[in-house]
Design a protein around this ligand. Structure first.
Ligand SMILES: *[C@@H]1O[C@H](CO)[C@@H](O)[C@H](O)[C@H]1NC(C)=O
Ligand SMILES: *[C@@H]1O[C@H](CO)[C@@H](O)[C@H](O)[C@H]1NC(C)=O
Ligand SMILES: *[C@@H]1O[C@H](CO)[C@@H](O)[C@H](O)[C@H]1NC(C)=O
Ligand SMILES: *[C@@H]1O[C@H](CO)[C@@H](O)[C@H](O)[C@H]1NC(C)=O
Ligand SMILES: *[C@@H]1O[C@H](CO)[C@@H](O)[C@H](O)[C@H]1NC(C)=O
Ligand SMILES: *[C@@H]1O[C@H](CO)[C@@H](O)[C@H](O)[C@H]1NC(C)=O
Ligand SMILES: *[C@@H]1O[C@H](CO)[C@@H](O)[C@H](O)[C@H]1NC(C)=O
Ligand SMILES: *[C@@H]1O[C@H](CO)[C@@H](O)[C@H](O)[C@H]1NC(C)=O
Ligand SMILES: *[C@@H]1O[C@H](CO)[C@@H](O)[C@H](O)[C@H]1NC(C)=O
Ligand SMILES: *[C@@H]1O[C@H](CO)[C@@H](O)[C@H](O)[C@H]1NC(C)=O
Ligand SMILES: *[C@@H]1O[C@H](CO)[C@@H](O)[C@H](O)[C@H]1NC(C)=O
Length: 863
C-alpha cells in the first residue's frame, strides 16, 4: 500500500484545526454546585443511589404552588424518586439557586406526566426560563411523552456561567388561570467547559461560539455499546443510550468491543470527563466486506427541531487496527461533507486505544415539506485515500441544540402522529383488519369450509428467549429502548401506548394492562354510537371491529371480542401484553383496552388505507406502483425483522399475509393481528412445537410437516406475500388449473422454467427495472426454500429488498456485478447477524476474529 505523506500531513493539520487543545483551559471545579431536588417530595435516595432533597427552600415564594403525588406508577419509571411526587404551579414561580459564577451548569428537568390528585397533566402547558434563556415554551410533557412513547421525560441543558452567581429558574403556565405548570425533579450541577468555537459544516468561514451559548442535549449515544447510567458516567452524571434504534435501514454494520489487553488511554488534551471508557471501548464499524461497504453509508437518523443550529460531537477510538491509512472514511452530516478522509489513527498519533472527538456544527432549517426535522450522520469509506480497509468507525455520538439569537431553545411539541389520524372522508370506510367485503372475497373462506378454523384463529405468536441479550442486564436493556432525549425514528409514528393512570380500575391489575391506556365501556359506547352496526368495518381475530372516535376527533378501530369465549380471554391478554410492549413504525399500534363485565375490547390506530390485499386484486382501488409496492414490502420486512430480533424475545408472527398488512393514510405498512401467544422454549432450543396454525396458501410446508415453529416460518409466508405483490393474484385460487392453484408453487415453477415474466401484474410489468426484478425474485424464491435453514433471515430479506429499491430508483447507480454483489450481501448480512446474535461473552473474541479473517489485503484492490 502506497502511503501518501502529503495527504497525511494535511490530514493531521486539518484535524488540529478542529480539535482544540483543552489543557489550556482550567477546568477543575473549585466551586462545584450540586442541587438535586425532588420537587414536592422529601429527602430520599433513588434506585441508583443518588440523594434527592426537598425543593421548597429554593422556591422564592410558596404562594403559587402545591405538592402532589402521582396516582399511578408506570412500570417503566426507573425509580419512584423523583417521579412519584410533583410540584404544581398555578402561576409564575421561580426557584433561585446561588451558584458559582465561573462554571457552566447542567440543568436537568424531570417530568412524569400523569394524574396527580385533582391535577390532570394533559391540561398542562408551560414555559421554563433560566436567566433570560427560554428552555421550554408551551411545553406539554403529556403530548411529548405520548409522541415519544415514554412514560417520563428528562430535558438536559447546559447553561453558560452565570456571572451574578444567582440562577433563577422560572416556571410559567402558558395560559394564565387555566393551564398549570409542574415538575418532578430538578438538577443543577456545575460542569467544566466542554465546548468550544466550531466552524459550520460547508461554511468554513463561519464559526459559532458554542462556549457562549446555552445548549440542550438532544441525544447521547454509546455507539455499538450499551446503556450507561448516570452513576457510571465519567464525572458528569450523563446517561448514554444504545444507538441501534437510530440506525438507518437494515445496514447495522458490526459492533465490537476493545480487547481486554487494549487500555483506553486519554491523551493530555482530552480530560476523562469528555466521555467514559465504556463509550470509547465499544464501536460500530461498517462490516468486513469492502464491496458492500463501498455501497452504503453507515447512517444514524435523529429527530430534531427545525430552525436551530446543532452541534454533533463524534467520539472515536481505534482498538482494532493499529496503523495510519488503514481505515479512512468521510463523514457526512445532513448529506453535506463535514469531514473528508477521517483517520482516527492519524488523529490519535498512531496510538491504539487513544480517544479523540470531533465537533461539527450545522444549521437545520425547515424545508418546505416540513421535513427539516431530521439530522443525518453518515459515514462512508474514503476511496480517494486508498485506505487498506474500506470501512468506518464510530464510538459515541452526542447531539446538542444551540440557543438561537433570541436566547431560545424551545421547539414545538412533537406530534403523536398516528393518534391524530386525519383520514379524509372517502377514506373513512377503510380501517383496521379485514373489512367485511374483503372477508367474503378472501380465499381462505372460499376454498373450503374445513379450513375456516385456520382462518379464524389467525395468529399465533411465540416467544423464544433471545440469546442476544444478557440476562443480568435487564434494566439496561429495557431502558435502552426508552431513549430519553428524543424519539426513535420509528417512535414518532407509533401511538401513545402508555399508562394514563386511568383511575384505579380493578381489571387493570388483574389483566395486567401494562403500558396501555384503559377505557371505560361508556367511553367505547360513546365512540361507536353504542356499537352501531353501521360502524362495523370488519371481523377481526376474535370478534367485530368497529370504527370509532375518541378524545373528540381521533379515529380508532375498536375490536370487540365475542363474549364468554375462553380463548378470547387468553388472546385478549396476549395482545395487550405483546402490543403494549412493542413500539415500531411498522407494527400497528394498540392505543388502549377496555374490560368491563363480559366485554373485552381493544382500541387500535385507525388505518385509513385498509389492507395490502385490497390494493392488489379484486378491488376498485387504483393499482399501486412498483415503487409503492417495494416500499410496502420493505416496511413489512422491517416490522417483521423487529419482531424477530428487536424486542426482548423473538416473536414469531405466524400469520403473515396480505390481509394482515395494513396501510395508513400515507401507505406506510403496518403488520397487524397478534392473537395468541406462547412463552417459547429455553435458550438451547431453536424452535417451538405447536399445533399448526396459520393461513393456507401462506403456510410454511416444513412447519406443517414437523409442527415446529421458527421465525423462518414467517420468512416463508412473507415470500408468498412478495409474489402476491408481484403477481397481484390470490395465493390460492381453486378456479385455476391444478398446477396454478397455489401461487407459491406456481411462481416457483415459473421461475424454474424462466417464464415468471408472464405472471407479473400487467399494471406494473413495464415499470420494473430488470435488475431490481431479479433481485426481488431471487429473495422471494430463497424465502420459499423448502427447508427453513435454507431461507434467509428476515434481516437479509429486508437488506435485499432495500437493495432492490435502490436498483429501481437508481438504475444507473453502482452496477458492479449486481448479482454477485447481492449474493455477497446476502451472505455477509447473514454473517453479521449471526455475529450479533452470539452471546455477549463471546462477542469481543469472535467479532474480532471474524473481523481479522475477513478484512483481507484484497480489500483495497477494488478500485
Ligand atoms: C487550575 O486550578 C486549580 C485550582 O484552582 C489549580 O490548582 C491548578 O494549578 C490550575 N491549573 C491550571 C492549568 O491553571
Ligand atoms: C385527563 O385529560 C385528558 C384529556 O381531556 C383525558 O383524556 C383524561 O381522561 C384525563 N385523565 C383523568 C384521569 O381525568
Ligand atoms: C432573579 O430573581 C430575583 C428575585 O426573584 C431578582 O432580583 C433577580 O434580578 C433575578 N435575576 C435574574 C438574572 O433574572
Ligand atoms: C386570573 O385570576 C386572578 C385571580 O383569580 C385574576 O385577578 C386575574 O385577573 C385572572 N387573569 C386572567 C387573565 O384571567
Ligand atoms: C456501573 O458500574 C458498576 C460498578 O463499576 C458496575 O457494576 C455496573 O455493571 C455498571 N453498570 C452498567 C450498566 O454499566
Ligand atoms: C491483544 O491480545 C490478542 C490476542 O489475545 C493479540 O492478538 C493482540 O495483538 C493483543 N493486542 C495488544 C495491543 O497487545
Ligand atoms: C422556520 O423558519 C422558517 C423561515 O423563517 C419559517 O417559515 C418556519 O415556520 C420555521 N419553522 C418552525 C418550526 O418554527
Ligand atoms: C439525505 O439524503 C437522503 C437520500 O437522498 C434523503 O432521503 C434524506 O432526506 C436527506 N437527509 C436530509 C437531512 O436532508
Ligand atoms: C453517502 O452519503 C453521501 C451524502 O449524503 C452521498 O453523497 C453518497 O451518495 C452516499 N453514498 C451511498 C453509497 O449511499
Ligand atoms: C445564544 O445566546 C447568547 C446570549 O444571548 C448569544 O450571545 C449567542 O449568540 C446565542 N447563540 C446563537 C447561536 O445564536
Ligand atoms: C401549544 O402546543 C399545542 C400542542 O402542541 C398547540 O396545539 C398550540 O397551538 C401551542 N400554542 C402556542 C401558543 O404555540
Amino acid at each position: 500500500m502506497i502511503f501518501n505523506t502529503h495527504d497525511f500531513f494535511s490530514l493531521i493539520l486539518s484535524s488540529f484545526f478542529i480539535i482544540t487543545v483543552h489543557s489550556s483551559r482550567n477546568t477543575s471545579l473549585s466551586n462545584s454546585d450540586s442541587f438535586v431536588l425532588s420537587c414536592g417530595g422529601g429527602s430520599a435516595t433513588d434506585a441508583d443511589g443518588r440523594n434527592w432533597v426537598p425543593d421548597s427552600k429554593f422556591l422564592t415564594s410558596s404562594k403559587n404552588s402545591m405538592t402532589a403525588t402521582a396516582q399511578s406508577q408506570d412500570p417503566s419509571l426507573p425509580s419512584t424518586i423523583p417521579y412519584m411526587n410533583a410540584r404544581i404551579f398555578t402561576s409564575e414561580s421561580t426557584y433561585k439557586f446561588s451558584v458559582s459564577s465561573k462554571n457552566r451548569h447542567w440543568i436537568r428537568l424531570h417530568f412524569y406526566p400523569t394524574s396527580y390528585n385533582d391535577f390532570n397533566s394533559s391540561y398542562s402547558y408551560f414555559s421554563v426560563t433560566a436567566n433570560g434563556f427560554t428552555l421550554l415554551k408551551n411545553f406539554s410533557a403529556s403530548i411529548t411523552s405520548q409522541a415519544l412513547t415514554q412514560a417520563y421525560i428528562i430535558r438536559e441543558f447546559s447553561l453558560t456561567p452565570i456571572h451574578s452567581g444567582s440562577l433563577n429558574l422560572t416556571f410559567t403556565p402558558s395560559i394564565p388561570n387555566s393551564s398549570l405548570a409542574f415538575v418532578n425533579g430538578i438538577e443543577v450541577i456545575s460542569m467544566p467547559e466542554i465546548f468550544q468555537s466550531i466552524t459550520m459544516v460547508e461554511f468554513s468561514d463561519t464559526s459559532i461560539e458554542v462556549e457562549d451559548s446555552v445548549l440542550q442535549t438532544m441525544f447521547r449515544l454509546n455507539v455499538g455499546g450499551q446503556y450507561i447510567p448516570a452513576t457510571n458516567d465519567s464525572g458528569l452524571s450523563r446517561t448514554w443510550y444504545d444507538d441501534s434504534p437510530y440506525l438507518f435501514g437494515a445496514a447495522l454494520g458490526v459492533t465490537s468491543e476493545a480487547d481486554k489487553n487494549v487500555t483506553i488511554q486519554y491523551p493530555d488534551n482530552l480530560p476523562k470527563y469528555i466521555a467514559p471508557v465504556d463509550v470509547y471501548s465499544t464501536a460500530r464499524t461498517m462490516g468486513p466486506n469492502p464491496k458492500i461497504n463501498l455501497d452504503y453509508n453507515l447512517t444514524w437518523v435523529l429527530q430534531v427541531d427545525p430552525n436551530f443550529t446543532y452541534v454533533a460531537r463524534l467520539h472515536f477510538c481505534e482498538f482494532e487496527i493499529s496503523k495510519i491509512n488503514e481505515r479512512v472514511f468521510d463523514i457526512f452530516i445532513n448529506n453535506q461533507t463535514a469531514q473528508e478522509s477521517a483517520d482516527v489513527m492519524a488523529w490519535a498519533d498512531s496510538k491504539q486505544g487513544v480517544p479523540v472527538y470531533k465537533d461539527f456544527a450545522i444549521y437545520v432549517c425547515d424545508d418546505l415539506n416540513g421535513n427539516g426535522n431530521e439530522l443525518w450522520v453518515a459515514l462512508h469509506p474514503s476511496v480517494s485515500m486508498k485506505p487498506e480497509f474500506y470501512d468506518a468507525i464510530l464510538n459515541g455520538l452526542e447531539i446538542f441544540k444551540v440557543n438561537d439569537t433570541n436566547g431560545n431553545l424551545a421547539g414545538p411539541n412533537p406530534v403523536p402522529s398516528t393518534l391524530q389520524g386525519k383520514a379524509g372522508p372517502e377514506q373513512e370506510r377503510r380501517s383496521f383488519g379485514s373489512s367485511l367485503s374483503n372477508k367474503r372475497a378472501t380465499v381462505i373462506g372460499g376454498v373450503a369450509g374445513g379450513v375456516a378454523g385456520f382462518g379464524l384463529v389467525a395468529v399465533m405468536i411465540v416467544f423464544i428467549k433471545h440469546k442476544k441479550r444478557k440476562a443480568g442486564g435487564s434494566k439496561s436493556t429495557s431502558l435502552s429502548w426508552l431513549p430519553i432525549y428524543g424519539s426513535m425514528r420509528s417512535g414518532t409514528t407509533t401511538s401513545g401506548i402508555f399508562a394514563k393512570g386511568g383511575g384505579g380500575n380493578s381489571c387493570i391489575s388483574t389483566l395486567g394492562f401494562g403500558l396501555c391506556r384503559h377505557f371505560s365501556l361508556g367511553e367505547i359506547k360513546l365512540a361507536t354510537n353504542n356499537f352501531d352496526e353501521s360502524q362495523i368495518i370488519g371481523l377481526g381475530g376474535f370478534g367485530k371491529v368497529y370504527r370509532g372516535i375518541i378524545d373528540g376527533g381521533t379515529k380508532v378501530a375498536i375490536k370487540r371480542s365475542i363474549p364468554c369465549s375462553e380463548q378470547g380471554v387468553h388472546e385478549f391478554q396476549t395482545e395487550i401484553d405483546l402490543l403494549s410492549k412493542l413500539r415500531h413504525r411498522h407494527l400497528v399500534s394498540l392505543i388502549g383496552a377496555c374490560e368491563e363485565g363480559d366485554e373485552m375490547i381493544l382500541i387500535y390506530d385507525y388505518m385509513a388505507n385498509g389492507t395490502l390485499r385490497e390494493h392488489l386484486y379484486n378491488t376498485n382501488r387504483p393499482p399501486l406502483s412498483w415503487n409503492q409496492r417495494l416500499e410496502i414490502c420493505i416496511g413489512t420486512a422491517r416490522g417483521l425483522h423487529y419482531l424477530h430480533t428487536g424486542a426482548k424475545h423473538t416473536i414469531i408472527h405466524r400469520d403473515v399475509k396480505a390481509t394482515n398488512i395494513l396501510l395508513d393514510e400515507k401507505l406506510v405498512a403496518k403488520v397487524s393481528d397478534f392473537g395468541l401467544s406462547k412463552i417459547g422454549p429455553t435458550l438451547s432450543q431453536t424452535h417451538v412445537s405447536t399445533v399448526v396454525k396459520g393461513s393456507f396458501g401462506y403456510l410454511d410446508p416444513e412447519y406443517f410437516r414437523r409442527q415446529q415453529l421458527t421465525e423462518k416460518s414467517d420468512v416463508y409466508s412473507f415470500g408468498v406475500v412478495l409474489f402476491e405483490v408481484l403477481c397481484a393474484r390470490p395465493v390460492l385460487n381453486s378456479s385455476l388449473p391444478r398446477e396454478q392453484v397455489s401461487l407459491a408453487d406456481w411462481a416457483l415453477s415459473c421461475h424454474k422454467k424462466g417464464t415468471l415474466g408472464s405472471i407479473i401484474d400487467q399494471h406494473i410489468k413495464g415499470e420494473i427495472n430488470p435488475d431490481c426484478l431479479n433481485n426481488f425474485v431471487e429473495i422471494a424464491v430463497k424465502s420459499l426454500s423448502n427447508r427453513g435453514i435454507d431461507r434467509p433471515s428476515m434481516g437479509s430479506v429486508l437488506w435485499n429488498l432495500e437493495y432492490a429499491l435502490q436498483l429501481q430508483s437508481n438504475p444507473d447507480g453502482p452496477k458492479v456485478v449486481a448479482e454477485q454483489k447481492a449474493n455477497d450481501a446476502f451472505i455477509l448480512h447473514t454473517t453479521l447477524l449471526s455475529i450479533e446474535e452470539q452471546g455477549e461473552e463471546e462477542t469481543d473474541n469472535s467479532s474480532n476474529e471474524i473481523f481479522r479473517k475477513i478484512v483481507n489485503p484484497q480489500g483495497g484492490s477494488m478500485c
